[in-house]
Design a protein around this ligand. Structure first.
Ligand SMILES: C[S@@+](CC[C@H](N)C(=O)[O-])C[C@H]1O[C@@H](n2cnc3c(N)ncnc32)[C@H](O)[C@@H]1O
Length: 278
């Protein structure tokens, strides 16, 4: 029986031509031998299984700007395709999947692809798992599940990339959206967010004062110099990088792990900024 939580994706699949749904199941590599055959639309704990088209997996990993040093966690990892693709890029991937049969299948698929050393899987509930050490999170869940995960994601290390197939994060505006057309019929759009450093408050910058309000990565506020206050515009965090314009000058800076800021105007002299005690 389908629960309400599994309804959204299930309904969409139900109205798709069967060939379309099946087209999405086609894994690019030959599946590893095993007796378990997953079915698109099969029930999952909080969301049914629908695999991400391989072309979108590839685009999502590009969006995640994955390097060999990265550790990528796929939340609800299905047949393991995203994690295995990560491992093929030379990075480490880990999948958290509730369905034990899918976990076993993923492990077989990783073995068959020759990447089992860098592609690992755990049978667990994503809402009871610690993935705080990931550099990149990938997911294909549902909007309400993304919103439930959002506070945890926002507490991750600034600069962590979060890439979601098809579903948004509520009012957290994505930093990037990509849509693929090749070999993808449904669920072909991905969103990316970069976890922003927390900078809201008052900062002392040289002789001036920077006052920042923050909504996710978006900033507003003012820069006061020589007793004159200038509203900041085009102001945004990109992980630990801050950028804004004030009084016609573009400022860029970095937030260090010790919560200090260095900032410069149009690439000029770098100034240290510290949080105002008040
Ligand atoms: C839409 S599929 C996406 C699979 C894979 N990430 C992909 O993109 O191909 C969602 C997966 O999440 C799993 N799942 C659902 N609720 C879960 C939970 N609470 N914890 C772990 N996995 C879950 C389902 O079993 C299913 O395999």
């Amino acid at each position: 029986m389908l629960t309400l939580r599994t309804f959204t994706l299930a309904c969409t699949i139900a109205v798709l031509p069967i060939t379309t749904a099946l087209a999405q199941t086609a894994a690019p590599a030959a599946p590893a031998t095993g007796t378990y055959e997953p079915k698109v639309g099969q029930e999952g704990k909080d969301v049914i299984w629908v695999p991400t088209a391989q072309t979108l997996v590839d685009s999502m990993l590009k969006m995640g700007e994955i390097t060999a040093d990265d550790y990528v966690v796929d939340l609800g990892s299905g047949d393991g395709r995203t994690v295995i693709s990560v491992a093929k890029l030379g990075a480490r991937g880990h999948g958290i999947e509730y369905n034990p049969d899918m976990v076993a299948l993923s492990k077989r698929n990783a073995e068959a692809a020759g990447v089992a050393d860098r592609a690992t899987f755990a049978q667990a509930d994503i809402f009871e798992s610690d993935f705080s050490d990931a550099d990149v999170i990938t997911l294909f869940l549902l909007p309400d599940l993304n919103v439930r995960l959002r506070p945890t994601l926002l507490e991750m290390e600034p600069g962590t990339r979060v890439v979601s197939n098809s579903f948004n994060m509520g009012d957290w505006t994505p930093d990037e959206t990509v849509e693929v057309a090749d070999d993808c019929t449904n669920w072909c759009r991905a969103y990316k967010w970069v976890v922003p450093a927390k900078v809201a408050g008052e900062w002392i910058v040289g002789e001036g004062q920077l006052e920042l309000a923050q909504t996710y990565q978006m900033l507003s506020g003012s820069l006061t110099q020589d007793g004159r206050s200038h509203e900041i515009s085009d102001a945004k965090m990109d992980g630990r990088t801050i950028a804004f314009t004030a009084n016609g000058t573009r400022y860029t800076g970095e937030i260090a792990a010790d919560n200090t800021m260095t900032i410069s105007a149009d690439g000029g002299e770098r100034l240290s900024a510290t949080r105002s005690a008040g």
